[in-house]
Design a protein around this ligand. Structure first.
Ligand code: NAD
Length: 503
């Protein structure tokens, strides 16, 4: 048996139980189908075959979950932070113990390559540990004395919150949003993406087996327009942490308006990697390729626009083409695979439609521009050259293994192209000129910028975007700022004069 056959057999074995029971909701510590009994089919990105049935929930299921989260809130909020810390560390231990199951299930469900998903489970565990350690100090505040009052601040968890996640790296993203919510003392209703429900269910089971009280975390599957929408509109849900497309963020803001929802949005991107001619060009090449072709290009922080200084553009592009043509497309469970299939037909159709858009716009398809095989959603890694900033391929988020290369002459031109899009999530700047790096990063419109580096996440730093890429920040204390309310209390320290009306 080859390593791939062996991996497929293992992954099938991990998913077998879902074939029997389907992916159920979990509300108040109990497994439940959708109250209507409805289900939908989850299919494989590899061969479009049936993977499992999934509960197709509606407003009534969300209502049950929101009530369960509401009922569990007071006890979880009042549990000492040190005890919450212990539970969250146990969840991290259990994630590590089931890392292979999580990785294999994620590959089969999403099409992401094993070489990246092996680390996703461990990163998920690291998210839990990071916020577990901060749980005991989450409520800490400040002492701001005035002449007449001892003013203190404290933070309290906002209440039950809704978490809505996308399908690109569902396990990692779920841990990223849910771990700080639990550490803060909030209870959670999670609505995972309809295209990738499996690892959200495994994660939920892990949490309760590790000792999380029933109702603290509830899982409701279903589509965005019914289950997702109902979650954003539910009056018992105090805030929505959302990761997904910018236009969905806009809908959620409208849907949440009547109940005054606090929202945190991590949205789309069309992120530039800018390479100046004085940079370490070999490292820039490695990083640019990694940041667009890893994770199938289904990555919000991907460097989907390559801005090359004209003096180095030709040589850089030649080397780039050789490497892109060499990227190994294959089964996600093959350890050699670098790019797996896209998640779903809808998304495959969107990504491949840009091949015609590029041609119509007058760009050159220098690599790829075609599907691979006739089954599943495999796409050849694609490079568009000869592009200009007015083209759709230079402005719209494609969210696949597709890179648009542009050229510039001066620093001012580079900045103008980099900032010309509606998004502003990340930027990557390659130069060995320190003062230029300082100048450029100051003016670049992005929430996160790396200089002479690919995206290397450090959990205490703020994660989030500007413009159409998001509202709010994750990471470190920023996560607690979202999931908690600041409270001020003023204690009189003496007999200060109180104005006397009607005296
Ligand atoms: P999507 O917006 O289509 O769906 C995301 C989630 O929202 C899903 O669970 C979906 O069911 C739900 N949803 C859809 N409509 C809804 C509605 N009206 N009300 C409530 N919920 C609704 O996004 P996607 O296609 O699953 O994911 C890809 C997008 O996510 C890309 O744009 C990508 O850039 C973005 N993303 C951003 C980050 C980040 O950190 N900024 C990270 C990963 C992905």
């Amino acid at each position: 048996m080859s390593e791939l056959e062996n991996n497929i057999a293992k992954a099938e074995a991990y998913l077998a139980r879902f074939r029997d029971t389907g992916v159920l909701n979990r509300i108040g510590g109990a497994d439940c189908p959708a109250l209507s009994g409805a289900t939908f089919d989850n299919t494989s990105p590899v061969d479009e075959g049936f993977l499992c049935k999934v509960a197709k929930s509606g407003p009534e299921d969300i209502d049950a979950a929101a009530r369960a989260a509401h009922d569990a809130f007071a006890e979880w909020r009042d549990m000492p932070g040190a005890n919450r810390k212990k539970v969250l560390h146990k969840i991290a231990d259990a994630i590590e113990a089931r890392a292979e199951e999580i990785a294999f299930a994620e590959c089969l469900d999403t099409g992401q390559a094993l070489r990246f998903m092996q680390k996703a489970a461990l990163r998920g565990a690291a998210n839990f540990r990071f916020f577990a350690d901060r749980a005991p100090s989450a409520r800490d505040g400040q002492n701001l004395p005035s002449a007449t009052l001892m003013n203190v601040t404290t933070r309290v968890p906002i209440g039950p919150v809704g978490v809505i996640t996308p399908w690109n790296t569902p396990f990692m993203l779920s841990t990223w949003k849910i771990a700080p919510a639990l550490a803060a003392g909030c209870t959670v209703v999670h609505k995972p993406a309809e295209f990738s429900p499996v690892t959200a269910r495994i994660l939920m089971e892990i949490a309760e087996e590790a000792g999380l009280p029933p109702g603290v975390w509830n899982l409701v599957n279903g589509f965005g327009e019914d289950a997702g929408r109902a979650l954003t509109e539910h009056p018992l849900i105090k805030a929505i942490a959302f990761v997904g497309e910018s236009k969905t963020g806009s809908m959620i803001m409208k849907q949440g308006a009547d109940t005054l929802k606090r929202v945190h949005f991590e949205l789309g991107g069309k992120n530039p990697v800018i390479v100046f001619d004085d940079a370490d060009l070999d490292r820039a090449l490695d990083a640019a390729i990694f940041m667009i072709y890893s994770l199938n290009g289904e990555r919000c922080t991907s460097s989907s626009r390559l801005l090359l200084q004209s003096s180095i553009a030709e040589e850089f592009t030649q080397k780039l083409k050789t490497r892109v043509d060499n990227i190994r497309v294959g089964h996600p469970l093959d350890p050699k695979t670098e790019v797996g299939p896209l998640i779903h037909k809808t998304h495959f159709d969107k990504v491949t439609s840009y091949f015609d858009v590029a041609r119509e716009d007058g760009a050159t398809i220098a690599c790829g521009g075609e599907r691979v095989g006739d089954k599943g959603f495999f796409v050849r890694p694609t490079l568009f050259t000869g592009a200009s900033q007015d083209m759709r391929i230079a402005n719209e988020e494609i969210f696949g293994p597709v890179l648009t290369a542009l050229t510039f002459d001066t620093e001012e031109q580079a900045l103008s192209i980099a900032n010309a899009v509606e998004y502003g999530l990340t930027g990557y700047v390659w130069t060995n000129d320190l003062t230029r790096a300082l100048r450029f990063t100051d003016k670049l419109e992005a929430g996160m910028i790396w200089v002479n580096s690919e995206n290397v996440r450090h959990l205490p730093t703020p994660f989030g975007g500007v413009k159409a890429s998001g509202i709010g920040r994750d990471g470190g204390d920023w996560s607690f700022e979202f999931y908690m309310e600041q409270k001020h209390i003023g204690f009189a320290t003496g007999q200060h004069r109180i104005p006397q009306l009607g005296a």
